[in-house]
Design a protein around this ligand. Structure first.
Ligand SMILES: *[C@@H]1O[C@H](CO)[C@@H](O)[C@H](O)[C@H]1NC(C)=O
Ligand SMILES: *[C@@H]1O[C@H](CO)[C@@H](O)[C@H](O)[C@H]1NC(C)=O
Ligand SMILES: *[C@@H]1O[C@H](CO)[C@@H](O)[C@H](O)[C@H]1NC(C)=O
Ligand SMILES: *[C@@H]1O[C@H](CO)[C@@H](O)[C@H](O)[C@H]1NC(C)=O
Ligand SMILES: *[C@@H]1O[C@H](CO)[C@@H](O)[C@H](O)[C@H]1NC(C)=O
Ligand SMILES: *[C@@H]1O[C@H](CO)[C@@H](O)[C@H](O)[C@H]1NC(C)=O
Length: 463
């Protein structure tokens, strides 16, 4: 499980990996607490009126269904996710791949654009809907409405789906939104370079996609993430900037303990620090070597291979650590949780983990999505079915039955401005990116793809 837990809980959770008894007791306790919460909610009529969110509620300008004339009713503020990206190769029929971090790092123009756009994103005014503060805030705290999708702040959860069969697909949509923001920034930055180098930057911008950090092959944080500053070639020449992958600094008002932002500074959880940290010492300085040593305690490589070989191609076994999954310790969600715990500090806290740039760039999300895409290539016929989400989320009441048609709130499709669903994110081709291991697949049969991907998986992660 990966929940609204402080650092103390991480210790217990870390022990989980070693001890099945502790795990069972912990889960039983959490389940009982969940039952108490649900019954409390059911008996509190005031809250009950709020919590009827298994129906996806949209307000004001977003009543698309009823719209007579959508161009009038739709507010310009609706953030949508578009599969229309640049860089499609019409000869091969392929979208550009997301690259391993080390490869992007050595790419010159693409890395310059990526760092500047990440920096621009993170320093954008927090009241802007497309600021890092707002986008990172979708995941956990602050428990606020995004895109007009209503929710229940009393649950103490953000929109993110965990312990849900939709966990991987929700995060696929989330990362796609983030990638879209970086990519749009790169498109507008590249033409500003001096004529002599402009073409290189314009081309790099077209194929720029987010990098991933393959923690199963390299269980150590990329060294670049630990530099406080970095030098980039900007349109105005070389300059040194705060490294946007090192740390995020919250706006000063975020911790005032007012309406429902981040916990106040006295709170004692890593979320209450004014900046993000990774395995901090007592002076709140990140210690990457401690994170790396934790990462080496879990055999991520072996676990990754097991997704492909020991889960019978079953979606629930693979996708989620939720209680209906009897193989939860082998699920991608469960293993991905341990990457959060290993990095420690900000990362194990569902409430604020998305504020640490490592959340996005490498560790959990884009590599987790990559493993999902590889798994889908090996088991193309398998997809999410219908199951109960016990835990719930900001806009999903606990106990909601989720299906491939459930909304991945608060995300909307750019094509029809309707809520994104699991069906709509099934194929990464619709989102304008690929992964290195899947390049060339559009020319191959399903069986040939399966064979090829499995060979690569065995080479990368096999015993
Ligand atoms: C995470 O940090 C907390 C607080 O410093 C510590 O007690 C815990 O053991 C750490 N977890 C891991 C996995 O190292
Ligand atoms: C929940 O929402 C549905 C659909 O809008 C409605 O029919 C139902 O009466 C609501 N239930 C409660 C308890 O408000
Ligand atoms: C919708 O409203 C716009 C702006 O007033 C108008 O130009 C357009 O013709 C309308 N479309 C329909 C289908 O009524
Ligand atoms: C951010 O934008 C808001 C609203 O436009 C404004 O009041 C505030 O001063 C801005 N903050 C900064 C740091 O510029
Ligand atoms: C920290 O904040 C959480 C809610 O975010 C609250 O439940 C907890 O009691 C707070 N702890 C302290 C020590 O203030
Ligand atoms: C890796 O997993 C296999 C089962 O798939 C197991 O037999 C083997 O002992 C594991 N190796 C290590 C080093 O943990």
């Amino acid at each position: 499980m990966w929940n609204n837990e402080g650092i103390k809980d991480t210790v217990r959770r870390w022990a989980d990996l070693q001890s099945p008894t502790v795990l069972t007791i912990t889960r039983a306790l959490i389940f009982v607490l969940g039952l108490i919460l649900v019954s409390f909610v059911l008996h509190t009529t005031q809250i009950f009126a709020y919590i009827n969110t298994s129906v996806f509620i949209r307000t004001g300008p977003l009543h698309l269904g009823e719209a007579q004339n959508q161009s009038i009713i739709l507010g310009p503020e609706l953030v949508t996710i578009s599969g229309e990206r640049t860089g499609f190769n019409s000869n091969s029929g392929e979208w550009p791949p997301r690259l391993e971090f080390a490869i992007l790092e050595s790419s010159g123009p693409a890395f310059d654009l990526y760092l500047q756009c990440q920096h621009q994103f993170m320093t954008k005014n927090e009241s802007d809907t497309l600021s890092f503060y707002q986008i990172a805030g979708i995941h956990g705290r602050p428990y606020k409405e995004f895109n007009g999708v209503k929710g229940n702040a009393n649950l103490g959860l953000g929109y993110c789906k965990h312990n849900s069969a939709l966990f991987l697909l929700w995060h696929r949509a989330y990362v796609a939104l983030y990638e879209q923001i970086i990519s749009e920034c790169a498109q507008s930055l590249a033409p500003r370079y001096p004529a002599t180098i402009r073409a290189d930057y314009v081309n790099a911008a077209k194929t720029l996609r987010l990098p991933y950090w393959d923690w199963a092959s390299t269980p150590a944080l990329p060294e670049f993430l630990q530099r406080a500053t970095c030098t980039v070639r900007s349109p105005e020449g070389f300059r040194t900037i705060q490294n946007p992958l090192y740390q995020y600094k919250y706006p000063p008002w975020a911790h005032e303990g007012t309406d429902p932002d981040l916990p106040p500074p006295s709170n004692g959880s890593a979320c209450s620090l004014p900046f993000t940290v990774r395995s901090p010492n007592k002076d709140f300085v990140s210690q990457p070597e401690v994170a790396n040593s934790n990462l080496n305690k879990v055999n991520f490589r072996n676990h990754t291979y097991r997704f492909f070989t020991s889960l019978e191609g079953n979606w629930d076994y693979f996708a989620t650590a939720a209680r209906w999954n009897p193989r939860r310790k082998d699920s991608l969600e469960y293993i991905h949780n341990y990457v959060h715990y290993s990095i420690n500090g900000t990362m194990p806290n569902n409430d604020c983990s998305a504020f640490d740039p490592v959340f996005w760039l490498h560790h959990a999300k884009s590599n987790t999505d990559r493993l999902l895409a590889l798994w889908q290539a090996v088991f193309p016929k398998t997809f999410v079915g219908s199951s109960v989400n016990d835990e719930g989320a900001f806009s999903t009441s606990p106990g909601t039955v989720e299906t491939p048609d459930s909304p991945l709130a608060p995300f909307f499709n750019a094509k029809d401005r309707e809520p994104l669903t699991a069906h709509m994110v099934r194929s990464i081709r619709d989102f304008g990116y690929s992964y290195p291991e899947l390049q060339g697949d559009s020319q191959l049969s399903e069986g040939a793809v399966r064979h090829k991907v499995m060979q690569q998986v065995t080479r990368m992660y096999g015993a």
